[in-house]
Ligand binder design. Structure first.
Ligand SMILES: Nc1ncnc2c1ncn2[C@@H]1O[C@H](COP(=O)(O)OP(=O)(O)O)[C@@H](O)[C@H]1O
Ligand SMILES: O=P(O)(O)O[C@H]1O[C@H](CO)[C@@H](O[C@H]2O[C@H](CO)[C@@H](O)[C@H](O)[C@H]2O)[C@H](O)[C@H]1O
Length: 510
């Protein structure tokens, strides 16, 4: 078995899109657990693999396997040619087999109300009893593997897994069953296994499919492209557009007519709708009184220590990543990276400068990795997905209650990304006028978002802090997120690093 794991799986796993260890050096793979995924005589095996890294950390992955003798079934994700009981065949990733996908679907549809076995299938009351018709891969860039069944529901098999309930499963079930929050795909079912330590491990989540017009990231890119083109064709002088202070609460009435004429009223209303849906998500996440995993909390000394330790560690890691990757940067990105290194002490000070005794608002369970790519657009409305949390954080850290404004900051960073992606990629003109136009747009859009968001959370009595507290938390979380993004970009797509670097520069120079 150990030969199988080291020789075969190491090579296989490192080539997979879902493998999250690409920036580190794999040391060895161990089989942590295995279990049967079975219906009558038809049996598949689920493997939980522990991947150990030279850098002294480990990750767990889920890999369901099947033995097939028909070569045509082993064209994709073939793991190993093997002979079992005299039959020549292949071990493959079972997700490629329609028979396996059908079996999993039927096990969920026919799940007992309470399953006490090692592999626990769960079916929500919202899931009627459809017969299996079809299954196909979602086929999008993603870190897990999603299957669309009967063109009506999506089953996400988690690839990187944790010894605990996955927050995506926990939050999806809570938002659908306890809160009836409408702007996320309804929870339909799940598979959790109980490992040898009696821990629950989520391996799959089933949700209703939301037919959509694409995600909010693509939507925003199109809109900003239109807006920047209009800026040039309308020959707008940015100095003629009145400025606004950052993080004011704005309504449509506060937007200067020249700006409405430039960007369009419809776009501004969409920002307000997104703010409303975000606020409703936080109200739903912050209205629990019984289930401890969701009850709101106040700031305290433990939270402050936890936060600072985590952020100072992350910051140190980013300094190191920037130093090691300077050779990949040039021009403005290199200058900004140099500024980041030169100002390390003042950035560190901003992270240390968190005093819980000054904060009166509530902390709640948050989305944690909220950006425009996690939002679907449909019929002038928005649907929020993927509550797994920040990929680099441990599973325990992802469940810590945080200021809801952390998610708002995530989205604001995403607006900033969309604006700068448009400036850098689509327009040759990177004059001061264009940068000023980008910053002015950002200030108005975030102000408009805050106007709608704060009204909505306040009406629902969710206390997110007094005015100064809110601005402090937003700025703090914006810096945290931009520093996180800098590492993400340098590790996975260095040509994008200029965007968080510009974000960090704007934050520390304002
Ligand atoms: N319920 C759903 N309805 C429609 N599309 C979905 C649904 N769930 C996921 N998707 C699509 O699949 C993509 C990946 O889903 P996501 O949950 O973010 O997976 P991952 O955790 O692997 O990144 C989404 O961006 C979206 O386009
Ligand atoms: O894969 P996830 O969705 O969990 O998120 C990771 O990848 C995101 C990129 O796809 C990354 O988001 C960053 O880039 C986005 C544009 O591609 C931008 O909208 C986000 O604001 C920015 O953070 C995310 O940080 C990372 O966790």
């Amino acid at each position: 078995m150990s030969v199988f794991l080291s020789d075969v799986l190491e090579e296989y796993i490192q080539k997979q899109r879902w493998y999250g260890g690409k920036a580190s050096k794999l040391k060895y793979i161990e089989l942590s657990e295995y279990f049967r995924i079975q219906q009558k005589e038809e049996v598949y095996y689920g493997l939980i693999l522990e991947v150990d890294f030279v850098e002294a950390f480990y990750q767990h992955y889920f890999l369901p396997i099947a033995f097939v003798t028909d070569e045509s079934l082993a064209e994709k994700d073939r793991i190993l040619p093997i002979s079992i009981n005299g039959n020549d065949g292949y071990i493959i990733d079972a997700i490629n087999l329609e028979a396996f996908r059908k079996l999993v679907f039927e096990r969920i549809i026919t799940a007992e109300p309470v399953d006490r076995t090692k592999v626990r299938y769960h079916k929500s009351a919202l899931l009627e009893d459809p017969a299996y018709e079809s299954s196909k891969f979602m086929g999008l860039e993603q870190s897990n593997t999603s299957i669309i069944y009967n063109n009506s529901c999506v089953l996400k098999f988690f690839r990187r897994i944790y010894s605990d309930k996955n927050p995506d499963y926990e939050m999806s079930r809570y938002l659908s069953e306890k809160q009836e929050y409408k702007n996320t795909p309804p929870y339909l079912g799940s598979i959790n296994i109980i490992d040898s330590e009696k821990d629950i491990i989520t391996i799959a989540l089933m949700q209703k499919m939301i037919p959509n017009e694409g995600d909010a990231w693509d939507y925003m890119l199109k809109e900003f492209d239109r807006i920047f083109r209009a800026f040039l064709t309308k020959n707008i002088n940015i100095n003629d557009v009145p400025k606004t202070e950052q993080f004011l609460k704005l309504g449509i009435n506060d937007i200067p007519p020249i700006l409405i004429d430039w960007v369009g009223l419809d776009f501004l209303k969409k920002i307000q709708t997104l703010a409303k849906r975000t606020a409703e998500m936080h109200v739903a996440l912050g209205s629990e009184f019984e289930e401890m995993a969701f009850t709101p909390a106040h700031y305290n000394g433990d939270y402050e220590v936890w936060l600072k330790n985590r952020l100072l560690y992350q910051f140190q890691n980013r300094l190191n990543t920037v130093e090691n990757n300077l050779h990949k940067l040039n021009g403005m990105a290199l200058e900004l990276a140099q500024e980041f290194l030169d100002k390390k002490n003042s950035i560190r000070k901003r992270f240390v400068n968190f005093d819980w005794t000054k904060l009166k608002g509530q902390r709640i369970r948050v989305h944690g990795d909220y950006h425009l790519g996690q939002v679907l657009v449909k019929d002038n409305d928005f649907y929020i997905l993927d509550f797994e949390g920040e990929p680099e954080s441990t599973i325990r850290d992802r469940k810590v209650k945080q200021p809801p404004l952390k998610d708002v900051a995530g989205l604001f960073r995403s607006f900033h990304y969309a604006i700068y992606t448009t400036i850098f990629n689509h327009h040759e003109d990177t004059s001061e006028q264009i940068f000023n136009a980008g910053e002015l747009l950002y200030d108005y859009i975030t102000g408009l978002f805050l106007g709608s968001y704060i009204t909505k959370v306040r009406d629902a009595n969710l206390n997110i802090g007094y005015n100064q507290e809110r601005v402090f938390l937003l700025k703090y979380a914006l810096l945290e997120k931009a520093v996180y993004e800098l590492g993400y970009e340098l590790n996975s797509r260095p040509q994008w690093a200029i965007i968080p670097l510009k974000g960090i520069s704007n934050i520390i120079n304002n």
